[in-house]
Design a protein around this ligand. Structure first.
Ligand code: GLU
Length: 213
């Protein structure tokens, strides 16, 4: 069955962009006789207080939205994300990264701005001994080893999309060094476990899709 979802990050009150996105996702799923789910993306707990999530749900109810299951709160899913991170680790797809922020930016591509960079893969080939040695003084982030191949998909609005993650993104973070799980891991686990079949969301997430695939 078609299952759509709306997944706001409650770091402020819902804005018009959120409402537009919720409406499109809702109408698409419901017009196909499908289910509609809500997920509160409050991974960054200090920036997403519970009161704002409650307010978002109240606003959506006031607008007339209905959803078919209790909303999932990402802040409560930590054990589940850990379990899936471990599965990736067991398959050798994840490695610890000890780079500091300064080191990451020193090798960043200049055109990508301050917050985006293509990771150089500096920690990808540490031996287990080297990693254990570094772990004594610094808690690592965990990165996914991305494949050096084109990932392609069809977007309903923007059409055919494709990206080579090794070239355009690099190995990305699934768990930060402070223990917070990355959005990219959480979304994939949650969408899969909830049986989501279609994702309607802001164009700013277009380049997340190849990573999540
Ligand atoms: N939480 C994201 C946002 O509020 C949306 C992520 C998604 O729909 O996958 O922008």
């Amino acid at each position: 069955m078609v299952t759509g979802r709306f997944a706001p990050t409650p770091s402020g009150r819902l804005h018009l962009g959120n409402i537009l996105c919720a409406m499109l996702a809702y109408l698409s799923a419901r017009s196909q006789g499908g289910r509609f789910l809500l997920r509160i993306e409050d991974l960054d707990v200090p920036r997403c207080p519970r009161a704002l999530a409650e307010q978002a749900l109240a606003d959506l109810r006031w607008l007339g939205f209905t959803w078919d299951e209790e909303p999932v709160y990402q802040s409560q899913q930590g054990e589940i994300y850990q379990r899936y991170l471990k599965k990736l680790e067991e398959r050798g797809l994840v490695y610890p990264c000890f780079c500091t922020r300064a080191e990451l930016h020193a090798c960043a591509a200049p055109n990508l701005g301050d917050t985006q960079y293509v990771y150089s893969g500096r920690c990808a080939h540490l031996s287990p001994q080297e990693a254990a040695e570094k772990a004594r003084t610094r808690r690592p982030a965990m990165r996914l080893r991305v494949p050096d191949e084109e990932v392609a998909f069809e977007d309903g609005l923007f059409g055919h999309q494709q990206e080579n993650l090794a070239r355009d993104c690099g190995d990305f973070v699934l768990r930060r060094s402070d223990g917070l799980f990355g959005y990219q891991l959480a979304v994939v686990v949650d969408d899969a476990l909830s049986g989501v079949t279609e994702v309607v969301r802001g164009a700013d997430q277009l380049d997340s899709t190849p990573r999540q695939l």
